[in-house]
Design a protein around this ligand. Structure first.
Ligand SMILES: [Zn+2]
Ligand SMILES: [Zn+2]
Length: 297
């Protein structure tokens, strides 16, 4: 009898593991190339260039800030990217600082970080400094929530998000323009603090990885959505942050969860249409640049 039970447990486990593998992982797809013109970043321009997933190049006060850089073809040993980074690594301008939201492998990728000059300042959540210092980085700035650091005339402040991991931060970046970057987060009323206290010109928000592998088990979808926003959560996030422009991220590059890789953007575009948000939203192709114009205030 005991043995029979073990067999059943074995079959159930195999089904679950098979489901997990089959739904999430593909090692055999082609990686889509994105032939983009090499971008120029003029001194007085404020811009956001989308590289892919949570990686973006923010050009502000003539500084180049890179968020959550991931250039690896495969991460976590088996998850292969679907789209090449929108800026080739060799074409990146000199990076004045790297911002890391949290330590999940699709945000903190050691293989990519190793390729940067070890003097590059790294801004990271307090408590995670050692991870970078042990790699040889000499200017690692761990920020607690509401703490800030400065680079030239740019001030970067960490704010909490809804993402259950040792420490996860969003960053408010204030210079000639104000940009709010969120790496991973569920929808949270913490966003309201940003909208109430700052005049945000552009915000980068994640829209993918909301459907758990075992989505048919009741409760799991709800649980996942508390960690990663669904595109349908974005109108509320926009209402709270009140930015001039919202740029979606964290979709289409790595298939982390059960939803098809192109689903988040398709749902997002539908949500934008239904909620009449077209003028507030800018979808960027990898490599595409959004120039932030208009006066602040
Ligand atoms: Zn995460
Ligand atoms: Zn993520």
């Amino acid at each position: 009898m005991k043995r029979k039970k073990l067999v059943y447990v074995g079959i159930a486990l195999s089904l679950l593991i098979g489901h997990y593998l089959g739904s999430s992982i593909s090692m055999f797809h082609e990686i889509r190339d994105v032939p983009m013109a090499k971008q120029e970043y003029s001194a007085d321009e404020s811009s956001v260039t989308y590289v892919g997933h949570a990686t973006a190049l923010i050009h502000l006060n003539n500084l180049n800030l890179l968020t959550d850089p991931v250039y690896s073809e495969t991460v976590c040993f088996i998850i292969k990217r679907h789209v090449l980074p929108g800026i080739r690594f060799e074409d990146l301008p000199v990076i004045d600082a790297i911002l890391i939201s949290h330590e999940h492998w699709d945000h903190l990728d050691k293989a990519t970080l190793k390729r940067f000059d070890k003097k590059t300042p790294i801004i990271i959540s307090k408590g995670l400094e050692k991870k970078l210092e042990s790699m040889g980085f000499t200017d690692v700035r761990g920020l607690d929530y509401e703490e800030h650091t400065t680079l030239g005339n740019v001030r970067i402040t960490a704010y909490p998000v809804a993402h259950r991991v040792s420490k996860s931060s969003s960053y408010l970046i204030e210079g000639d323009k104000t940009i709010y970057f969120v790496g991973d987060s569920g929808l949270t009323d913490k966003f309201r603090f940003i909208g109430d206290n700052y005049d945000v010109d552009a915000t980068l928000l994640p829209i993918g990885a909301y459907r758990p592998r075992l989505w048919f088990i009741p409760g799991l979808s709800v649980a996942m959505r508390t960690q990663h926003m669904h595109p349908e959560d974005i109108p509320s996030a926009i209402e709270m942050i009140n930015p001039d422009m919202m740029i979606p991220m964290h979709y289409g590059v790595f298939k982390l969860t059960y939803e098809p890789v192109d689903e988040p953007l398709a749902i997002f575009e539908e949500v934008v249409r239904k909620n009449d948000l077209k003028s507030k939203v800018r979808v960027l192709e990898p490599g595409e640049k959004y120039s932030i114009r208009g006066e602040k205030g």
